[in-house]
Design a protein around this ligand. Structure first.
Ligand code: ADP
Length: 273
């Protein structure tokens, strides 16, 4: 699903500033349906990794293949279509401040010329999925950081992307809400969406039993798979986990043709409240 082969990325220095080797020989394969953390300190190369897989930057050497597409060879005009296959949740949410939660999500559909009747079904569905059906008409400034993050996640889900990428999803919200958003990402992963979470928060990554790819000085220095599952009875239950189980069930209830990697226009399927 996401494959990096011998990837090097050099930012060329301007004037007298030196060239920067941001990624150095990265080999990585994140498979379809996986949930992986990409963990690293500031300056490790995480943003460069993200920019490469979003095709905001091109590798200096090596191959970057996302969803079967070789990004080195991608033409400029293909990029917008490619990006629609990725749901990205940014650290700073990137919501439009003058638009309500509903409009923020609907906007992402309108720019791709999706018919209005489909938007009317789909937006309430994804808002319900992230537990914010009741805040559809609130402006971002009227929402907490955690709620804004959920709107950003709803927007990322709107096109049923096969891959969700979350860039420091917990950077701007408090720890309690961090766990909730992470559990929501887990629920989305459970129904088949590949999830990549980029973070510098080691403790957060360690809380979840997921693959952790550690980057340091532009290299993958560690790649830890999840531990084998514990027997079901021993799994810790939390309120957030229970709420996200409902989201999971809602995702599962979708008609099969709408469930390739989360959701599509199936508003009536959304969880209530
Ligand atoms: P992280 O996201 O882990 O903090 P980055 O990928 O942003 O790391 O940065 C990796 C290295 O590349 C750092 O040394 C950083 O200063 C450098 N870098 C990042 N972006 C640029 C750029 N546009 N021009 C020059 N150097 C850059």
């Amino acid at each position: 699903m996401i494959r990096l082969e011998g990837v090097k990325k050099v930012y060329e220095g301007i004037g007298k500033s030196p060239d920067i080797l941001a990624l150095n020989g990265v080999n990585l394969h994140i498979k379809k349906g996986e949930f992986a953390f990409v963990l690293g300190h500031s300056g490790a190369g995480k943003s460069t990794f993200l920019k490469l897989i979003l095709r905001e930057e091109v590798a200096t050497e090596g191959q970057v293949i996302v969803n079967g597409l070789n990004l080195n060879k991608m033409r400029q005009r293909q990029i917008p279509y490619f990006r629609r296959q990725l749901g990205v949740v940014f650290q700073d949410f990137r919501l439009i401040p003058t638009m309500t939660a509903y409009e923020n999500v609907a906007f992402a559909m309108r720019v791709t010329n999706i018919p209005e009747r489909q938007i009317k079904r789909r937006v309430p569905y994804v808002l319900n999925l992230v537990g914010l059906g009741s805040k559809a008409y609130s402006l971002p400034q009227e929402l907490s950081g955690g709620e804004q993050q959920r709107i950003a996640l709803a927007r990322a889900l709107v096109h049923s992307p096969p891959i969700i990428i979350a860039d420091e999803p917990t950077g701007n919200i408090d720890p309690e809400l961090s766990i909730e958003i992470m559990e929501l990402l887990q629920a989305i992963n459970t129904v088949g969406t590949t999830v990549v979470v980029v973070t510098h928060e080691r403790d957060l990554a360690m809380r979840f039993n997921k693959r952790i790819i550690t980057i340091d000085h532009g290299e993958v220095v560690k790649d830890t798979p999840p531990k084998p599952r514990r027997p079901a009875g021993q799994v810790q239950q939390t309120a957030a986990a229970a709420s996200n189980r409902r989201a999971q069930e809602s995702l599962r209830r979708q008609p099969a043709q709408h469930r390739p990697h989360t959701v599509t226009a199936a508003g009536r399927e959304g969880r209530q409240g």
